[in-house]
Design a protein around this ligand. Structure first.
Ligand SMILES: *Cc1c(COP(=O)(O)O)cnc(C)c1O
Length: 220
């Protein structure tokens, strides 16, 4: 199947209220363009250098999402144009993004990454750390970032129940934060969870964004 055909299949399985982020990391710009030509506009990359190179080479109406681990000293390269940063995992990083937003006279949309998997290799706040952040700091006081929601990655496992439980825990945490601290801001509404192997489970558990790579572009 071509990229266009795979994309069409995946779109059919995703409800309208869920945004598809096409994860193009490691794939050449030619494949990104194939997806672009059948209407895909939101793409995800996990490395700053690759994201910047692709953004320069490809049409300007693409919305680029940074989905990978973000180092503070690299924020400046994507701050002028990035559409959403999914993996914010510290207050320090959020403040750096805020400063770069100010320098570029824009408000940068971010998601806070939560560690929901059992693997220790995945980044993110623990649920306790995230609640502590909201208790101790008003994220809305940062004028050049907008915290739009949460992002998480499930454990790499065949155990569907475990994956579902992990996604469910992110949904519950989102609802709690929304109710307690963000109920009056409509932009706090995104839950980014689900990849090629588990995005249908993520949709069942109430995500608003899925990040799908290999099911569209093939194996890396
Ligand atoms: C690579 C990646 C994806 C996409 O993974 P696939 O299994 O190829 O769909 C999603 N989210 C993050 C954070 C990634 O790094």
């Amino acid at each position: 199947m071509s990229v266009a055909e795979k994309l069409e299949e995946i779109r059919k399985s995703i409800p309208d209220h869920v945004e598809l982020v096409a994860v193009s990391k490691t794939h050449p710009t030619g494949l990104v363009r194939e997806a672009y030509e059948v209407g895909q506009r939101v793409f995800g990359e996990n490395k700053v250098q690759e994201l910047v190179a692709k953004a320069e080479a490809l049409p300007k109406d693409i919305k680029w999402h940074m989905i990978g681990h973000m180092q503070s000293n690299k924020v400046k390269y994507i701050a002028p144009f990035v559409s959403l940063i999914h993996g914010v995992d510290s207050l320090k990083l959020l403040k750096v993004i805020n400063n770069e937003g100010a320098r570029n006279k824009r408000i940068i949309s971010c998601l806070l990454q939560v560690h929901i998997a059992t693997e220790s290799t995945k980044f993110g706040f623990s649920p306790e750390e995230l609640l502590h952040l909201f208790e101790s700091f008003n994220v809305r006081s940062l004028e050049n970032v907008q915290v739009c929601g949460l992002m998480g990655m499930a454990t790499f496992t065949d155990n569907q129940t475990q994956i579902k439980n992990e996604f469910h825990s992110l949904r519950v945490l989102f609802d709690r934060i929304k109710n307690q601290w963000m109920s009056d801001v409509d932009y706090f509404r995104e839950i980014s969870m689900g990849m090629s192997n588990d995005y249908l489970l993520a949709i069942e558990e109430g995500c608003t964004m899925v990040r799908v790579g290999s099911a569209i572009f093939g194996a890396r």
